[in-house]
Design a protein around this ligand. Structure first.
Ligand SMILES: Cc1cc2nc3c(=O)[nH]c(=O)nc-3n(C[C@H](O)[C@H](O)[C@H](O)COP(=O)(O)OP(=O)(O)OC[C@H]3O[C@@H](n4cnc5c(N)ncnc54)[C@H](O)[C@@H]3O)c2cc1C
Length: 445
C-alpha cells in the first residue's frame, strides 16, 4: 500500500505564513515554541501590551499541536484515587476543575477568534479491555462525582453497541463534556489570533541558547540572530532539548503514532462510532481513535515508544492497522491513506506542570492530554507574567502593588520531580524497558 507519511490534518488547512518582520533587538517576552502552549501565551501577552516574539525551530504548529488526535479531553492522566493520595482532596479538586475549565477555555477561544476548526462537544468514550477494567470505571465514576461533582456515565457491555461498533470490549465510560477538534486548524487559528493581537512569529528560528543576563533579563541566541528579553516562556513540550537543560531532565519524550483511512461510506462510519465519540481503551499501551470530520477512521497508539523516525513511522503503520482490525474487523478493506508520528511529553509524575524554573516560565508535561490543557496553561503562564509586569509598574509609580492576583494555576503549586536518583540526562535510555514493562502490566492487570 502507498501511504502518505504526513499528518492528515495538514491537508485540511493552510498554516498561515507569519507576517515578515525585522528581527527584534529586545522584547518583553520571548516564547520558544509555536504550538498551542506558545501561541496561547503570546496572544494575551500581546493584548496586555507586552512586546512578544515567538520562535519556532520549524513552522507554526510543526510539533505535537498539528499531529495529535484532536481529542479535547476532561480529566488528568492519573486516576482520582492516585491523585488524592498524592496531593490531597482540595488540590486534586482544583486540578480536576482546571481540566474541565480548559475545555470551556478552548470553546470560548474558538468562538471569540472565529476559528473554523470543527470544535464539537461529541464527548469521549473509554472502553474496558477486561471485565476488571469496567469495575475500575465504576469506581472512578463514583469518585469523580463524589470529589469533583462531575458526572460520567457507565455503559454496560450489553448496551455498548449504541456507542461503538466493536464487540471486543467489556463496557464503557462516557463523558459528555469532552470534545473533538481539528488540531491543525486550531493551531493555525491561534497563530493568526496571536499575530492580530500584535505578537511576532519567527519560523525556522531555532533557539540555540538562553542565558541569564543581569538580575532580570535574558540573552537569547537564535538561528536568526540574538536578542534580549525580560521574560522567556518555554513551550517546547516533547521537543524540549539541551537549550533548557533543567527542564529537559524533567521531561521524557515518548513517540505516539496515528494512521488515517480513506473516507468511509456513511453507513459504515455510523456503525463504527454511532455517536462520533473520542474513543480510547483502558490499557497502558493504549489505542485511541475517532472519526475525522470528513468520515475517515483516525487510529492512534504507542506503536513504538521512541520518538518518530521514518522507520518507526513505517513500522507503526503496520502495527496500528493490525490493532485497528482487532477493534474493527469491518475495516479490513479500508485503505490507509496517512501515517505519521509525533512526540509526547511525560513528566516523571505524569502530571502537567506550569510555572517558573530558574526564572524561566514554562508549561509542559501534558502526557498525551494536552490539546485543551496546553492551550489553557499557555494562557495562565501569560496571565502570571502580565501580573508581575503590573506589580512592577505599580511599584515604580507609587511604591504599591495592587492586590489582585491572576486566576489560580493549580499546577504551579505541585512539586515537579526529576528522575529517581538523578538517573536521567534527557536521553530516554530506559524506554525499551519501560515499553516492555507496560506491555507486561497490560497482560497482568
Ligand atoms: C501523535 C500524538 C497524538 C496526540 N493526541 C492527543 C489527543 O488526542 N488529545 C490531547 O489532548 N493531546 C494529544 N496529544 C498531545 C498534544 O498534542 C500536546 O500535548 C500538545 O500539542 C502540546 O503543545 P505544545 O504547544 O506544548 O507543544 P508542541 O506543539 O509540540 O510545540 C513545541 C514546539 O517547540 C518547537 N521547539 C522545540 N525546541 C525549540 C527550540 N530550541 N527553538 C525553537 N523552537 C523549538 C518545536 O519545533 C515545536 O513546534 C497528542 C500528541 C501526539 C504526538
Amino acid at each position: 500500500m502507498t501511504i502518505n507519511e504526513k499528518t492528515f490534518w495538514l491537508d485540511t488547512v493552510e498554516i498561515p505564513i507569519p507576517v515578515a518582520r525585522d528581527f527584534p533587538q529586545r522584547v518583553d517576552v520571548a516564547v520558544i515554541g509555536a504550538g498551542f502552549t506558545g501561541l496561547s501565551a503570546a496572544r494575551p501577552l500581546a493584548r496586555g501590551g507586552a512586546s512578544v516574539a515567538v520562535f519556532d525551530a520549524q513552522t507554526i504548529g510543526w510539533g505535537a499541536s498539528s499531529r495529535n488526535g484532536g481529542m479535547v479531553l476532561t480529566g488528568l492522566k492519573l486516576p482520582a484515587a492516585t491523585l488524592i493520595a498524592r496531593y490531597g482532596k482540595e488540590a486534586t479538586a482544583r486540578m480536576y476543575a482546571a481540566s474541565l475549565a480548559s475545555i470551556d477555555f478552548v470553546e470560548k477561544l474558538v468562538r471569540e477568534e472565529n476559528i473554523a476548526c470543527d470544535f464539537a462537544r461529541s464527548g469521549h468514550l473509554e472502553v474496558a479491555c477486561k471485565p476488571k477494567h469496567f469495575d475500575d470505571f465504576r469506581r472512578s465514576a463514583e469518585e469523580t462525582v463524589l470529589h469533583f461533582n462531575h458526572r460520567q456515565r457507565l455503559i454496560p457491555k450489553d448496551q455498548l453497541q449504541s456507542e461503538i461498533g466493536s464487540a471486543i470490549y467489556h463496557g464503557g465510560l462516557v463523558d459528555d463534556s469532552s470534545a473533538g477538534v481539528n488540531p491543525a486548524r486550531l493551531v493555525a487559528g491561534l497563530a493568526s489570533a496571536a499575530e492580530r493581537a500584535g505578537a511576532a512569529i519567527f519560523e525556522h528560528s531555532h533557539v540555540d541558547e538562553v542565558q541569564r543576563e543581569g538580575a532580570r533579563g535574558w540573552k537569547i541566541a537564535t538561528q536568526r540572530g540574538t536578542l534580549r528579553a525580560q521574560n522567556v516562556v518555554v513551550a517546547t513540550s516533547g521537543y524540549t532539548s539541551r537549550v533548557t537543560p533543567a527542564l529537559q531532565k524533567k521531561i521524557i519524550p515518548i513517540g505516539s503514532y496515528i494512521i488515517v483511512t480513506e473516507v468511509l461510506p456513511e453507513k459504515l462510519a455510523a456503525e463504527l462510532s454511532p455517536r462520533n465519540r473520542m474513543i480510547y481503551d483502558s490499557k497502558n499501551y493504549l489505542y485511541y481513535y475517532r472519526l475525522t470530520p470528513d468520515r475517515r477512521m483516525l487510529f492512534g497508539g504507542r506503536a513504538a515508544f521512541f520518538p518518530e523516525t521514518s522507520s518507526t513511522i513505517r513500522r507503526s503503520a503496520e502495527i496500528l492497522r493490525s490493532g485497528m482490525l482487532t477493534v474493527y474487523p469491518q475495516l479490513r478493506d479500508a485503505k490507509i491513506e496517512y501515517v505519521w508520528g509525533g512526540t509526547l511529553d511525560f513528566a516523571f509524575d505524569i502530571m502537567p506542570h506550569a510555572g517558573q524554573l530558574d526564572g524561566l516560565h514554562f508549561s509542559l508535561g501534558y502526557a498525551g492530554h494536552g490539546v485543551a490543557m496546553s492551550t489553557y496553561l499557555g494562557d495562565k503562564v501569560a496571565q502570571s507574567i502580565l501580573q508581575s509586569r503590573n506589580d512592577d509598574a505599580g511599584r515604580a509609580k507609587n511604591g504599591q502593588v495592587k492586590n489582585s492576583r491572576p486566576d489560580e494555576n493549580p499546577f504551579a503549586q505541585i512539586p515537579f520531580p526529576s528522575a529517581p536518583l538523578g538517573l536521567y540526562n534527557g536521553r530516554p535510555w530506559f524506554l525499551p524497558a519501560a515499553g516492555l514493562w507496560y506491555k507486561l502490566l497490560d497482560w497482568l492487570t
